[in-house]
Design a protein around this ligand. Structure first.
Ligand code: ATP
Length: 441
């Protein structure tokens, strides 16, 4: 068991690796630059976060529908959206060590790699679109791009959504999934990678109502952060001033988080006007206007875009949840996103009657809850392991359980233990875990 180190990022990295949250990608082959794999516990955490988002913003609302589009889209999409021309970062190269860096991320005039002063070349724009080829011939004609954001599919599928659903402005189209960017300097663990996941909503409104919807989504993003367990004291809104916003945006707020490596972007909220639909109308030659069913008026809706990075959410959640209490390290994850809602274990693994009873409880509850089973070592070690992956409750069957049909439940945050009748466990886990989740909405 490793003792916590002083550097908070090292603590998170070491916990993530030893408990199976996140592994370096392709590790047995020496890795692949800044790629990461979510392990058994991390993939559960990620799934729970994405499920919560979908429940909160799609299933619980009448005004948002979801889509799940292809990662590869027609190149004309990226011509129309401006990504092929504009989606670039300023790249500089150190003349001494030939390291390449994003100019706007540099601090001072020293090369972050070799320390040489004023050694940078002039910045040139480097396009972040990631290319691949479809079909057997590697020629220009077959070249396509992986999507750099999930957002454009919501505009490209806008007409199909209008024709197949009963949505009326104001309404949103939501999507979550992978996006790819050929980042110049990926790094800081899962903060900046070339392959990552986003959760995005394009919310279509009447132009004159944009400000009130912007405010609604600003509040909704704060509610999300509370629900997912991001420490609100570590989040700061940054109003992007005129001249620094993307040219089509009339208002943008970045939500920044105090990561161990500094205050940087977590989420974004932008008013994108009718820029995207207008460009896709032009690019595709199709009419993408919305017809108001009451007035019969046709218009291009304006768009409010709240955007969330899944991987940055996971990082912010881990940083917020990481708690040291004396020698004890635990993740104070909200039960609704914890990889396991409870651990079930027999006090002793070599007592068949205890194992049998614990197994029956496990089999009965596992149809409804994600559960961990652990019968290794002593109970203290099992608690230690579950604390580190944020399991809210540890349920133990002991000799008394055989007599009085009660088990011990140990609470992750307080360490307190209570006795609960076995036939009340399901309700306990529902109200303690899912009951809480429902009351948030
Ligand atoms: P940055 O300024 O950090 O490069 P951005 O402003 O380009 O970010 P957006 O285009 O607004 O980011 O993307 C929306 C969200 O997607 C971000 O708020 C972030 O959570 C996530 N995201 C963007 N790029 C990456 C990346 N390379 N790795 C992980 N997550 C990312």
């Amino acid at each position: 068991m490793s003792k916590p180190k002083d550097n908070p990022m090292d603590n998170i990295l070491s916990l993530a690796k030893r408990r199976g949250f996140v592994f370096p990608g392709s590790e047995i082959y020496g890795g692949l630059a800044n790629s990461w794999d979510y392990g058994p516990v991390g993939s559960l955490l990620k799934k729970n976060i994405k499920d919560l988002w979908w429940k909160m913003f799609v299933e619980s609302r009448e005004d948002v529908v979801g889509i799940d589009a292809s990662l590869l889209m027609n190149t004309k999409v990226w011509e129309a959206s401006g990504h092929l021309k504009e989606f670039s970062d300023p790249l500089v190269e150190c003349k001494k060590c030939h390291g390449r860096f994003r100019e706007d991320n540099l601090e001072g005039d020293k090369c972050p790699s070799c320390g040489e002063k004023e050694s940078f070349t002039e910045a040139k724009q480097f396009n972040l679109m990631l290319k691949t080829f479809l079909g057997p011939a590697e020629e220009e004609a077959n070249q396509v791009y992986f999507r750099p954001e999930t957002a454009q599919a919501m505009f490209v599928d806008f007409k199909n959504v209008l024709q197949t659903t009963r949505v009326k402005v104001p309404f949103g189209i939501a999507q979550m999934g992978k996006a790819f960017r050929n980042e110049i300097t990926p790094g800081n663990f899962i903060f900046r990678t070339r392959e990552f996941e986003q959760m995005e909503i394009e919310y279509f409104v009447k132009e004159k109502e944009w400000a009130e919807h912007f405010e609604h989504w600003r509040q909704a993003m704060w509610q999300w952060m509370e629900a997912v367990g991001i420490d609100e004291k570590m989040v700061h809104e940054l109003e992007i001033p005129d001249g620094e916003r993307a040219h089509y945006s009339k208002r943008t707020i970045d939500f920044e988080f105090d990561y161990p490596f500094g205050r940087k972007e977590l989420y974004g909220l932008a008013y994108r006007t009718d820029f995207d639909l207008k460009n896709h109308e032009k690019g595709s030659g199709q009419n993408l206007k919305y017809r108001d069913p009451e007035t019969n008026e046709e218009f291009l809706p304006h768009v409010i875009e709240p955007t969330w990075g899944v991987d940055r959410t996971i990082l912010a959640v881990l940083v917020s949840a990481y708690t040291e209490d004396g020698d004890r390290v635990f993740l104070k994850l909200p039960p609704r996103i914890a990889p396991y809602k409870a651990m079930i274990s027999p006090l002793l693994a070599n007592k068949p009657e205890l194992v049998k009873m614990a197994k029956e409880i496990f089999d009965d509850l596992k149809t409804e809850f994600s559960l961990a089973w652990d019968d290794r070592g002593n109970i203290g070690k099992r608690y230690y392991a579950q604390d580190e992956i944020g399991t809210p409750y540890c349920i133990t069957v002991d000799f008394d359980s055989l007599e009085n049909k009660e088990v011990t439940i140990r609470d992750r945050d307080t360490g307190t233990q209570s006795r609960v009748p076995i036939n009340e466990l399901r309700t306990f886990l529902r109200t303690g875990v899912w009951g809480e989740a429902h009351s948030q909405k």
